[in-house]
Design a protein around this ligand. Structure first.
Ligand SMILES: [Zn+2]
Length: 329
C-alpha cells in the first residue's frame, strides 16, 4: 500500500490539489506557501504547504501531513477511502487539464490559418498579437481535433466525457473563437464564441472555474468587473490592467467569494443593452457586494454598448476613465 501512496503522491502534488479546490496560498519562502486553513475556520493564515516535502502543517489546529492525510481530514475518509478517492477522481482531473491544454494549443495554432477567424477578431477590435498570444486565443475550424488528440493517445470516450467532441467526432466548439479558462496553472474549461450570432456562447460541460484572470488582480484595491471575455480583451488592449471577468452577468458562489475576500472597490462595467438585463444584474450585485462591505459602482456606458463595443465604436482609454470617475453606486 505504501508504494501506492508514493505513486499517487508523485502524480498529484498537494499544492496542485489544493489549488484545484480553490485554496488561496501565497508564497512564503522558497519552498513554502501560506493561506487560510481549509480544515478549520480562521481569519489569519496559519496553514503552510511545503512544496519540496509535499506536506502541509497548520499552526492554528496543529494538524499536518501529506495529501492522503489531508484528504482523510478534510473529507473525513479512512486511509483506504482516501486512496480510492485519489485514484478514482484526482488523476482524472489532472489528466483532463492536460487534454484541455493540448486542445487549446491545437486551436491556438489554427487561428492564423483561417481568415474568417482573424476577420472576426478584427471586427471585435482585437488586433494586438501579443495580447492574443498571452490570452491563448485560438480557433476551432472543426473536423481535426479528434484525430489530433486520439493520435496523441487520448481515447475517444475520454474526449467525449470532456465534451470536446460530439458522438460523430465533430468539435463541440466548431467555428468558434476559443479562450482557455484557467485556475492556477491548469486549464479547467474552454469558452467558444461563435463567429455567427446564433448560440453565441458555449462552454464545455463542468465548472467554468472562478473569476477570469483573478490571480493577476486579486491583490489590487480597485478592480473592474466585466461580463465577457471580449470586454476583458478590449480593456487590456486599451491599456487597463485591473480587470476580471465573470463570464456572464451571474456570478457563481466561488466568484462572489473571490470578489469579497479582501477590502476593495469593484467597478461593474456591464452591458447597457436594450432589455436592461445587464444593468439590472449590476444593480443587484452592487447591493449584494455592499452587504459584504465591498464598495461597488456601476459604470454607465453609452446606451446599447458594452466595453468591447465602446472601444470598437471609437471610444478611447481617456473616455473610459471618465466613465469610471462618473460611476455610480
Ligand atoms: Zn488549521
Amino acid at each position: 500500500m505504501s508504494e501506492g501512496v508514493g505513486t499517487l503522491g508523485r502524480r498529484l502534488p498537494l499544492l496542485d490539489y489544493l489549488k484545484q479546490h480553490n485554496w488561496k496560498g501565497r508564497p512564503a519562502g522558497r519552498w513554502e506557501y501560506v493561506g487560510l486553513c481549509p480544515l478549520h475556520e480562521e481569519t489569519r493564515p496559519s496553514f503552510y504547504v511545503n512544496t519540496r516535502k509535499d506536506v502541509f502543517y497548520c499552526h492554528g489546529c496543529g494538524r499536518g501531513g501529506d495529501l492522503i492525510r489531508f484528504l482523510q481530514l478534510s473529507r473525513r475518509l479512512s486511509l483506504r477511502e482516501s486512496l480510492a478517492c485519489l485514484d478514482a477522481q484526482i488523476p482524472a482531473e489532472a489528466d483532463s487539464s492536460a487534454v484541455l491544454e493540448q486542445a487549446a494549443a491545437f486551436y491556438r495554432k489554427q487561428l492564423d490559418r483561417y481568415p474568417e477567424a482573424l476577420d472576426y477578431l478584427h471586427r471585435r477590435g482585437l488586433h494586438d498579437p501579443a495580447l492574443i498570444g498571452e490570452l491563448g486565443i485560438g480557433y476551432a475550424p472543426g473536423g481535426m481535433l479528434c484525430r489530433f488528440l486520439t493520435a496523441r493517445g487520448h481515447s475517444f470516450a475520454g474526449l467525449r466525457r470532456l465534451g470536446l467532441i460530439s458522438v460523430q467526432g465533430a468539435d463541440a466548439l466548431y467555428r468558434r473563437i476559443v479562450f482557455p479558462l484557467c485556475q492556477g496553472e491548469h486549464i479547467v474549461n474552454l469558452y467558444g464564441r461563435s463567429l455567427g450570432a446564433a448560440f453565441a456562447h458555449r462552454f464545455l460541460p463542468g465548472s467554468k472555474g472562478g473569476l477570469y484572470g483573478w490571480e493577476k488582480v486579486r491583490h489590487l484595491s480597485v478592480v473592474i468587473l466585466v461580463e465577457g471575455l471580449f470586454d476583458y480583451a478590449a480593456l487590456r488592449q486599451a491599456g487597463f490592467s485591473n480587470m476580471t471577468c465573470s463570464l456572464g452577468t451571474h456570478l457563481n458562489a466561488d466568484q462572489f467569494r473571490q470578489l469579497c475576500d479582501a477590502r476593495r472597490t469593484v467597478y461593474l462595467a456591464f452591458d447597457t443593452d436594450q432589455n436592461q438585463s445587464g444593468q439590472q444584474a449590476a444593480q443587484q450585485m452592487v447591493r449584494r457586494l455592499g452587504e459584504q462591505g465591498i464598495a461597488a459602482r456601476r459604470v454607465l456606458l453609452p446606451h446599447g454598448h458594452d466595453p468591447n463595443s465602446f472601444f470598437v465604436a471609437g471610444g478611447n482609454a481617456q473616455q473610459f476613465r471618465c466613465l469610471l470617475e462618473a460611476a455610480q453606486p
